[in-house]
Design a protein around this ligand. Structure first.
Ligand code: XBP
Ligand code: MG
Length: 257
């Protein structure tokens, strides 16, 4: 039996609900600053989330939802500039403390650190966005709590490709069977399962109807001692919030370890 050694966290939608009130708002601010009349509504943004990565999402929007836009000759550079501006707006929003961590996240991470579990991040978002979220929503020092922060263009293919999780495992020198992954979306779990990682899902308003086939456990949130999670799919569980002992039990009973 292999021991549980590490937890690998997705960021957007898992550590915090960043999409609707964070990324979406920042995209719209960047569009406005560039003199564009593009407006990504809450509903449209749900469609656009099919594609991970902000630059990739802008291109998908032009391809599928705004074919009338007269494209500049160097579209790649144009998108990259827009995206740079979006990142500036997004990190500014986070520095104002506008996006809190999701329920149970801080408690679980603190407990995991105490228990000696190794921690990592595997995300599609830009590294500066991860730093801003960790610093402003978690702790000034939180970047140092994670042994590996794998983010953005560090790998050639973003989620649903498994690259970012494979990269993280390699950096940590761990086998997939020694870790658990935490995700919130269909693209996310395709990526983690693609790296052979047992995965716990916490859904959110954009992902509650996603396909989470293959998940070890699907929850509405990680839970707190005074606010139980709801198990949406998975084994019967006595606990009412995610904690290290429960993670170890789940890990032991999984097929992959
Ligand atoms: C996150 C994303 C990201 C963010 C935007 O997906 O799709 O693209 O929405 O970030 P996941 P950037 O949670 O599956 O990693 O604009 O910095 O790319
Ligand atoms: Mg996510």
């Amino acid at each position: 039996m292999v021991d549980l050694k590490a937890l690998i966290f997705d960021v957007d939608g898992t550590l915090a609900d960043t999409e609707k009130d964070g990324h979406r708002v920042a995209f719209n601010l960047a569009f406005g600053k560039a003199g564009l009349d593009w407006d990504w509504s809450v509903e449209l943004y749900g469609e656009l989330l099919k594609v991970t990565g902000g630059k990739e999402r802008i291109r998908y929007y032009l391809d599928e939802f705004n074919q009338a836009f007269k494209r500049p000759s160097n579209l790649d550079a144009y998108i990259a500039e827009l995206h740079k501006s979006k990142t500036a707006f997004y990190t500014q929003l986070l520095s104002e403390g506008s996006i809190p961590l999701r329920e149970g996240v801080m408690r679980l991470i603190k407990e995991a650190r105490k228990a000696g579990l190794r921690l990592a991040i595997a995300t599609t978002t830009t590294p500066a966005n991860v730093s801003a979220l960790l610093q402003h929503a978690m702790d000034e020092d939180a970047e140092n709590w994670f042994e590996v922060i794998a983010a953005g263009d560090i790998v050639p293919a973003k989620k649903p490709a498994n690259d970012i999780y494979c990269y993280t495992l390699k950096q940590m020198g761990l086998e997939a069977g020694e870790c658990l992954a935490f995700e919130d979306s269909h693209n996310g779990i395709l990526s983690s399962l693609g790296a052979d990682l047992e995965t716990i899902i916490t859904i959110n308003e954009y992902t509650h109807d996603h396909d989470f086939s293959g998940a070890m456990l699907v929850l509405d949130h990680m839970g707190e001692p005074d606010h139980a999670f709801e198990v949406l799919s998975g084994p019967a569980i006595d606990d009412s919030f995610l904690n290290v002992e429960l993670l170890k039990k789940l890990h032991q009973s999984s097929n992959r370890s």
